[in-house]
Design a protein around this ligand. Sequence first.
Ligand code: AMP
Length: 555
Amino acid sequence: MNTPPFTELGLPAPLLQAIADLGYEQPSAIQALAIPVAMEGHDLVGLSQTGSGKTAAFVLPALAKIEINKRKPQVLILCPTRELAIQVCEEVHRLGAKLPKLHAVPVYGGAPIGRQFRALEDGAHLIVGTPGRLLDHLRRGSFNPAEIKMTILDEADRMLDMGFREEMEEMLALLPATRQTMFFSATMNRGVETLIKRFGKNPQMLQIERKALTVESVEQRYYEVRERSKVEVLCRLLDLEDPRLAIVFCNTKKAVDECTEALLARGYPADRLHGDVTQQMRERVLTRFREGKVEVLIATDVAARGIDIEEIDIVFNYDVPQDPEDYVHRIGRTGRAGRSGRAVTFVFGRDLYRLQNIERTIRQKITRHRVPSQEEVEDRRADALYDAVRDRLEAGSFQGHESQVERLLDQGHTATDIAGALFTLLREATGRENQSIAEDGNGPGNGPGNAHNFDRGDTRPHRPDNTQDRSSSYAGEMAKLFINLGKTHGINAKDLVGMFYREGQVPDGTLGHIKLFPRHTIVEVPEECVEKTMRALGKSKLRGKPFRINRDKQL
Ligand code: AMP
């Protein structure tokens, strides 16, 4: 796979600068395919999933086309949900950071229309919104579509599934016929095809080829780790697993630099590889890694390409990779030559969807593991010291210190005390300071048997019963919803969380407790979402089964 660098995609300098500042090292597959086509002005259909970098694939060309001095709407992005509209708008701001006068406005249902009206009146270049609300604004004349030159349909299949067909069609028909249209969809079906036929102008179909991907000889697990705890967890795992050679993969150069600095500061023999490392330096780092002088190599995907070292014991995905294919490439670096390798992925919040996507692609389960405690690491270190001392004694290679030992004995110290003091000194010399992290507080819930006990930022202890406490960041009133499926139907909290956030339109981080019973489940959602969520989930299925959802009567 030969991916061109960002600089060869036809993007203007301020966008390249923003990309560099974000530390994106190379375009993802869909970006490499879509950006040049979009920059040439063609309509396109991009078949790609969340996590593939598809947002930047359309946001970058959109930003490139905007005439910043013209304060009129020029780009319209349609998204299925309010959360997605907000996320896309955030990406617009990140990638448009070097376009100082850029004005992008998100508009979605459920928020006061008056405020959106004023924001639009203020002269938005780019509008991101849900179909219903966008159409509402168009009909009310909140903005003039005459200068729209690009329209993007993000997750077109999902918008159709959610029943937005009429709104989408009415709106597209109101936009200038000269506009460029980009359709992004995870799947292709009749509905999407019809939409494309009707509103696309000879669009180019872009699809990332999926090879059959398997990685069988690698033991794969994941840990739920917040961004700020990643270094500590990485260190604990390095101490516990004690690999001879390990690679830590990060998604950006910035993350590689930060991780390397943190490991070096804690005394690990670590070094880095990324696109800014010179060829000469790269050779040096690789030689030292091969020789074992560097034990932990921190790298981006691009920089690690072509490294041919057989004895890598463990691969860490410090960030969940962009693409399932990258995951396979990464972990394929361990478990070579008949060895059994280990792959560890750090996951948090929305990353879980990307992980599920990876699991689907590789058709393998990645198991959740509990973050090891400081005590376990300490115990492991103590064991290692014990083994080292015993080996020395057995090998008889401890001579040359008789006079010092004699002096201490003469001073009245016992052999046990002297040995104890030496152990303490050794531990101080080889140990490192532990850091308490939020993940330590997860108590009984943070256990391997609790595989679906994941959360989105929870630091509170999980309850020992069947309640999944997920630290709703939401301070408003909560309501309980009843679902007539439970544990005996194979339902787990992970499925429910995914469904409520994705299909149920519950804003990120606001889901409350999930209580699984044998034949039913109670889920807490913000009171203000109840109607919308029940409607949105009306036709959904859990584990392939339709279900009934209503307010819990026992409130
Ligand atoms: P998406 O599939 O658009 O939801 O993007 C997934 C994540 O990848 C987002 O957090 C982006 O900021 C990030 N991302 C997008 N493109 C790149 C890239 N070329 N390199 C590194 N990260 C990226």
